[in-house]
Design a protein around this ligand. Structure first.
Ligand code: PAF
Length: 280
């Protein structure tokens, strides 16, 4: 396995290696990321994992500085999982000058939910993902694997790839959960022991919401408000708990449709903001 830090070294390492598959990450890899790596491995001739904590997608008050950076441990895991190249640029490598050109996603899709509570987040994500795609694929074809936990993110990236006609297949991998149902996330490491024990309540709330949303004649807006209130009563600070159509993340007209819907949630428990979703 090769560890490279610059785009030039990455391109040199990829020379003559065939069709790449890419798993973009911000590092601090857990079993969920490693599942993406396992899924990506047979999808190309050479597997690249990128590790870069992207300042552009953090708001000033968010956890950019404290985001866990564990490159050595990440590399050991990646080596054990058959990764061929780790691309771990420094900020100066990836953004040698201020990144004043950015990729602005469709506001219809990107300004709601995560984009509403984290303004600019998807511009930061699309800008770095476009740059990673150009670094790895350089205009030729390949595959990139993203986790479904960031549900809206993979939809925004799919739309970006489609509209820019990038020759890249986007594969969405299932959410990896702990045995008690908590979706794996690097931010879970911020939880105290008691918060960790409580953290499955977000997933439980989404399960209840998705079941109730299928009852004939339900008022979805009321259900969502009740679900948020129930979480608040347990000490959470929810940003949203909502039922949307999978096709465009808009609220369904009337009741939710089975197999076409997704319940999405984001909520803070103490200092930790968790997100999760459930297709139903
Ligand atoms: O999902 C993530 O970890 C990040 O948003 C990504 C796609 C690596 C871009 O920085």
């Amino acid at each position: 396995m090769q560890l490279v830090h610059t785009i030039a070294d990455l391109r040199a390492a990829l020379q003559g290696r065939g069709r790449p598959s890419l798993v973009p990450t911000m590092g601090n890899l857990h079993e969920g990321h490693l599942a993406l790596v396992r899924q990506a491995k047979p999808l190309g001739d050479v597997l690249v994992t990128s590790i870069f904590v992207n300042r552009l997608q953090f708001l000033p008050h968010e956890d950019f500085d404290s985001y866990p950076r564990t490159l050595q441990a990440d590399c050991s895991h990646l080596q054990a999982h058959g990764c061929d190249i780790v691309f771990a640029p420094s900020e100066r490598d990836l953004y040698p000058e201020p990144q004043t050109f950015t990729v602005t996603p469709d506001p219809q899709l990107a300004n709601m939910l995560e984009g509403h509570f984290r303004p600019g987040f998807f511009t930061g994500v699309c800008t770095v993902v476009m740059k990673l795609f150009w670094s790895v694929f350089a205009g030729s074809s390949g595959t990139a694997v993203f986790g479904r936990k960031d549900y809206q993110q993979q939809m925004v990236i799919r739309q970006m790839v489609r509209q820019f006609a990038l020759p890249i297949d986007i594969v969405a991998a299932d959410i990896h959960r702990a045995p008690d149902g908590l979706a794996l996330s690097s931010r879970n490491s911020y939880l105290s022991a008691s918060e960790r024990a409580q953290a499955t309540q977000l997933h439980d709330a989404l399960q209840r919401l998705s079941q109730a949303a299928l009852e004939p004649g339900v008022d979805l807006t009321r259900l969502e408000a009740e679900a948020m209130q129930a979480l608040r009563a347990k000490g959470w600070h929810p940003d949203y708990l909502t039922v949307r159509q999978r096709s465009d993340l808009q609220p369904p007209a009337g009741t939710a449709r089975a197999n076409q819907s997704v319940a999405l949630g984001a909520a803070r428990l103490g200092k930790t903001r968790l997100i999760d979703n459930l297709e139903f």
